[in-house]
Design a protein around this ligand. Sequence first.
Ligand code: SF4
Length: 355
Amino acid sequence: MLRAQLLDWYQANQRDLPWRRNKDPYSVWVSEIMLQQTRVAVVLDRHRQFLQRFPTITALAAAPEQEVLALWSGLGYYRRARMLHKAAQVVDQNLGGSLPTRPEELRNLPGIGAYTAAAIASIAHNEPFAVVDGNVERVLCRLAGWDATSRSSPAALRRNIDVLASQLLDPRHPGDFNQAMMELGATVCLPRNPQCLVCPIAAHCATRGEHKTAPRAPMLTREIAYALSLRDRNSFRDILLEQRPATVSVMPSMWELPALRDASIPDQHLRMQVRHAIMQVNYSVRIRTVDEDEVPTLTVAAAGDRRWVPLDTVSALPLTGLARKVLTRAHLFALPSQPGRKPVESAQQHPTARL
Ligand code: SF4
């Protein structure tokens, strides 16, 4: 009964998402990786751009990593893009360019864990494996009446959730059933103010409302400051950017604005303030306009490569999410006119690019 009610509701109410239209395994794979830490509204456009530039696994495998990262810029958690790229190379070189269909085979690929493997196998190939993301976990806890006051340990609760997900899965329509559960969690069984009066499975629900969740770890706050340095030279408008070293653990090889030595910026030099959250940290970011001749005294010496980059090539660089946000707000960021333009070559073509 629950299965039929949920599937009927899904058929009538599902959002029109591009990766649902043809269930192509590669498209589903890219969508699942993007959606792991990013909202659907943001992924919609980025998924389309990504598949336009890399329409096949082979095309993705052949691309330079910097170009893949540039297209991922702003989505955050860049390890996902690196793993996706590596996995595409494995599939292209060792598996004839086709993704495996079974979860256990999918899990051998870089960046594909239990969740992603089950999602690809069930959605693209209708394999009977339950998918449990954060939304589904919430729906299942509420259905069963489990919450943070339950006596089971987090690990035991998670096992119970996985067992319940497998028991409820419709073996005849596993792909649609998994997507219906995810859709219900994303649009009806919301963390706050769940829409129980229109919920198709309310009759089976032991909670019918919000459930108690474990308190979240408090967010930390940090203040940081960056230089926004522009110059006009040889009919180019350039911006000063630097590349994080390839050896750092956080956002290696990504491009960002130079850091300022001093975060206290006089009002007349303050260009903007931006809030930016990464993991458990809320950053309060201050941006100072810095003239070219002030760069050596006001900025921290670059640990990696530092370049003057023509503004019209900036969007082809793998920018950190914060750099992209600042440049967008300053109206200095535009999507590339030529998809796939090589960022480093573009900078090298410029007469005075490298510092
Ligand atoms: S009845 Fe309410 S709490 Fe229960 S599954 Fe439906 S929306 Fe969620």
